[in-house]
Design a protein around this ligand. Structure first.
Ligand SMILES: Nc1ncnc2c1ncn2[C@@H]1O[C@H](COP(=O)(O)OP(=O)(O)O)[C@@H](O)[C@H]1O
Ligand SMILES: [Mg+2]
Length: 385
């Protein structure tokens, strides 16, 4: 089992009001807990043996390629899809049989799903009216939610009078206005243009911190996941591959899938040519590199050396040297991405700061990395630990 899978999340104090009637059910319980759930659509099992514990007030992201089961898991929390095995607990209470309308959950989707002919006020007030909140209280809460999403005074507008980003803010206001126990966000930024996406990342994160709400965010975008989350669940084909902080999943990928999906790491195949003192791996491309192995490895065993593009320097004094030739260069401003051919059959990616000038295609260079700048995977694609 990948690292971190069994790590306990330390519960944080819940924000006032976010608990509601469930306070007695377990002040120290996780906000949401999945225990070995399966979800099937007919005979097709979309989610298999999924377990996750989400601390109150934390921001957790389900990250993975399209079709890996992210939306299905979110829907199961809201009660929009039934689980076929396991248990879901919200605030320490089993909810498998609690209907949708009794689960106190806020939802934001990719499409804003606002009522087009209703005013901003009526859109945001929807969940409160539904819960029979008194009128003056509705006005106060809607005003507060609109302040929170930085659209104060927009009550009388229609959704069509707002930009995409503003509509998504209204959808967010609508989801948080009744102080739900959990906020579910399913790819909420993917319909927005790049600039707006970055702005909304910061905005959503800020609102989540201010309200102390527990948020479960779904995306296939690794940058969104890395920049917003307290913890990331990297999903593959209906199961969790790795659960950890952004740094953990990025720096110490548990599997080949995680290494490749997050940041397109270089995966250099090789065999152990010296078991210890220090461990050396001879790469398929011909070079021998020193690595740090957490345990002794058998001479001749197959391993993959995973090196992030950022860990590869050009020239410099690193212990491991890979001579090669620049195949392509993409200038990114402060740094450049180089595709470098090493040994004729292997191309690696380096992301290096610009040192004077951008390197040219065909230029002969030497890439370097330190023995502790890489992760080792075994023949089955699991991190050696
Ligand atoms: N209503 C459905 N009926 C049948 N299969 C479905 C249904 N919804 C989703 N699936 C399948 O379940 C898998 C997971 O889907 P989904 O949770 O939407 O993935 P993601 O959100 O990660 O893209 C996919 O293979 C998808 O085709
Ligand atoms: Mg989805």
């Amino acid at each position: 089992m990948p690292d971190g899978q069994d790590a306990k999340i330390i519960p944080r104090p819940a924000s006032a009001g976010a608990e509601g009637a469930n306070a007695a059910a377990g002040a120290n319980s996780p906000a949401v807990e999945f225990r070995n759930i399966d979800i099937a659509y007919g005979k097709f099992v979309a989610v298999r043996d999924f377990s996750l514990s989400i601390a109150k007030g934390s921001f957790v992201t389900l990250l993975g390629p399209s079709g890996c089961g992210k939306t299905t898991i979110l829907r199961s929390i809201a009660g929009l899809v039934d689980i076929s095995a396991g248990q879901i607990m919200i605030g320490g209470r089993r909810v498998d049989d609690v209907p949708i309308y009794k689960r106190n959950i806020g939802l934001v989707f990719q499409s804003y799903a606002l009522f087009p002919h209703k005013s901003v006020f009526d859109n945001v007030a929807f969940g409160l009216k539904y819960r029979n909140v008194a009128k003056p209280e509705i006005r106060r809460k809607v005003g507060k939610a609109l302040d929170m999403v930085r659209l104060p005074g927009s009550e009388k507008k229609l959704p069509s009078q707002l930009s995409g980003g503003q509509q998504q803010r209204i959808a967010l206001a609508r989801a948080i206005v009744f102080e739900p126990q959990v906020l579910l966000l399913d790819e909420p930024l993917s319909a927005l243009d790049a600039n707006m996406r970055e702005e909304m990342r910061v905005e959503i994160k800020k609102i989540q911190k201010e309200t102390g709400i527990t948020a479960i965010f779904v995306t296939h975008d690794q940058e969104e996941a890395l920049s917003m989350s307290d913890r990331i669940v990297v999903m593959n084909a209906g199961s969790a591959e790795q659960i950890g902080t952004p740094e953990e999943v990025y720096e110490r990928p548990a599997t080949a899938f995680v290494a490749d999906f997050l940041g397109k790491a270089n995966m250099l195949a090789g065999t152990v040519s010296r078991p210890d003192g220090p461990t050396a791996v001879t790469l398929a491309s011909g070079q021998t590199v020193n690595v740090v192995s957490p345990k002794p490895l058998a001479q001749g065993s197959a391993v993959t050396v995973v090196v992030r593009p950022q860990k590869l320097s050009i020239g410099g004094k690193s212990a491991n040297r890979l001579p090669g030739r620049v195949v392509s260069a993409s200038y990114l401003g402060g740094s450049a991405i180089y595709e470098v051919d090493i040994g004729g059959k292997t191309t690696v990616r380096a992301n290096a700061p610009i040192d004077g000038r951008v390197l040219r295609e065909g230029e002969a260079i030497e890439l370097g990395f330190d023995p502790d700048g890489c992760v080792l995977l075994d023949a089955a694609g699991q991190r050696i630990s």
